[in-house]
Design a protein around this ligand. Sequence first.
Ligand code: 5GP
Length: 217
Amino acid sequence: MSGTSPNESPREVEKTFRRHGILFVVSAASGTGKSTLCNSLRQSKDFIYSVSCTTRAPRPGEIDGEDYHFLSREHFEEKVAAGGFIEHAHVHGNYYGTLKQTVLDAIASGTDVLLDIDAQGAESIRKNPDPQIAASLVDVFIMPPTFEELERRLRKRGTETEESIIRRLANGREEMQRWSEFKYTILSGSMEEDLTKFRAIMRAERYLSRRLTLDES
Ligand code: 5GP
């Protein structure tokens, strides 16, 4: 028979917490250093990284299925029509979209997900009516210290044509105005500084009481 005899102290109840996954959305103007930050976060076991689909051509060294799923315009449109994306947007002349099922499955199983998407994409996720997405969303904006520094970083990367640089800078100037729409904003410094700041957000969000369910055994 179970129970506590008068001389025994009550059995210590072991507490464990379960929680749903968090959807970390990271946005920044192109060139800010967001991809470097996300690539570094991807090395840790803390998240699964959601690999987006795009109609953009691969850059040298980019791997299909790892950096992006590189799709033809037709294939991308088929996925849009089939409702395969949580959000999709036209960015710098190409289409980009976040695969819905990957994100929903991860969140439901308690795995955190990292999305590297533009400010329009972040806005559509914020407006998504699914309560599970709304409860799991943590959106973070990475702000370059100055517009000049953004240009310097973008040029240093050496991946874009002059035409693409001009377009990305024009879009970047607009994106930088949108920082206050995000729950958190990080003023970008070195990669290590950005990582430290992001990890601070990540840790706090993981301890949020409303994300936790207490199991006692
Ligand atoms: P890039 O061509 O430099 O890889 O990416 C261009 C922009 O598209 C970046 O701001 C990147 O965050 C954004 N992006 C990448 N994947 C997605 C996506 O699935 N959805 C949206 N809305 N933007 C994306």
